[in-house]
Design a protein around this ligand. Structure first.
Ligand code: PEP
Ligand code: MN
Length: 340
């Protein structure tokens, strides 16, 4: 449930409500809005007596939250969340500007990463992506450069000012990845690794949560809820395609997820047309479609030599194609009252 305070309610009244919430065995999450404050009560409140709360001083009403996810839901927070990717930088995801994250699938070498980082920065990206820990289907495939890769990403940030987005695959990597990166990516294969979700939920870095390839939107939002309920409310939802019977693409990019997630959640939605199609020649059109559908961000694989990429070359676009795509989405953004 959420306890909606009256406009002008005092701090003391709010604190009293928090105390009562805790006495009920629930966790409180206070959201201070422009007009009024609401106290979201987190936990299983099905058997709690809501009517008591309604008579407390300063309380306007008590509203049950119908969605099983609470903190991620729009019932708790009407305004859209805006997530700064890096302290002190202007790059945000969730505001008027569509934030573009771009870079190689994997960090392969210093030279490759720096070259791509400079190129995507030049074309208007706000963050650099690149995997140092790679979740690979085949155990004999390239697994990523691990800490060496993280160091290269940090170097690229130093040179370009771009925020760094990189995947963390397991709990024991969380501290290390936090040291070097700005945004923690939780991959599709880990969307329901609840222990990992709890671990990134205990960090203060924003999280880019990828949708599991067979996850429903409700499961996706409940995964976000795991992170948020641990205290980290800076979650970006990333639609990266789901597995279907279709074979002309690697995954089927479910773009209707963008407006649907916006309808039920205040969290920003990022689209990954690279994993979402698996084909470099489909990326440009899907970027335009995603912006038209209202996405808050894009994450795109860019490689300076896709033919020789160590991972995901077939879906990687070149820096030149990336720059062309950026200018084409700028026009789409303008048509839907956004910016890039
Ligand atoms: C990736 O971004 O390279 C990646 C592995 O993504 P996903 O987890 O969506 O498959
Ligand atoms: Mn990839």
């Amino acid at each position: 449930m959420i306890v909606v305070m009256k406009p002008g309610s005092t701090q003391q009244q709010i604190e009293h409500v928090i105390k009562l919430v805790r006495e009920m065995g629930l966790k409180d999450h206070v959201i201070v809005g422009t007009e009024r404050t609401v106290v979201a009560c987190i936990g299983n409140d099905r058997f709690k007596d809501k009517s008591v709360m309604e008579t407390v001083d300063g309380v306007e009403k008590v509203v049950p939250i119908l969605a099983p996810y609470k903190m991620a839901s729009r019932e708790v927070k009407k305004e859209r969340s805006i997530i700064p990717l890096r302290a002190g930088s202007t790059g945000t995801v969730g505001g008027k500007r569509v934030g573009v994250i771009a870079g190689p699938c994997s960090v392969e070498s210093k030279q490759q990463t720096l070259e791509i980082a400079h190129a995507v920065k030049e074309a208007g990206a706000i963050a650099l992506r690149g995997g140092a820990f790679k979740p690979r289907t085949n155990p004999y495939s390239f697994q990523g450069l691990a800490e060496e890769g993280l160091k290269i990403l940090a170097r690229a940030r130093e040179e370009t000012g771009l925020a760094v987005v990189t995947e963390v695959m397991s709990i024991d990597q969380v501290q290390l990845v936090c040291e070097y990166s700005d945004v923690l990516q939780v991959g599709a294969r880990n969307m329901q690794n609840f222990n990992l979700l709890n671990a990134v939920g205990a960090q203060s870095k924003p999280v880019l949560l990828k949708r599991g390839m067979s996850a429903t939107l409700e499961e996706f939002l409940l995964a976000a809820e795991y992170i948020m309920s641990r205290g980290n409310t800076q979650v970006m939802l990333c639609e990266r395609g789901i597995r279907t019977y279709e074979e002309y693409v690697r995954n089927t990019l479910a773009l209707a997820a963008v407006p649907e997630l916006h309808r039920v959640s205040h969290l920003p939605v990022v689209v990954d047309p690279s994993q979402g199609t698996g084909k470099s020649y489909l990326v440009d059109s899907m970027c335009r479609a995603a912006v038209a559908a209202g996405c808050d961000g894009l994450i795109i694989e860019v490689h300076n030599d896709p033919e020789h990429a160590m991972t995901d070359g077939a879906q990687s676009i070149t820096p030149k194609q990336f720059a062309e795509m950026m200018s084409s989405i700028r026009r789409i953004a303008q048509a839907v009252d956004r910016e890039v």
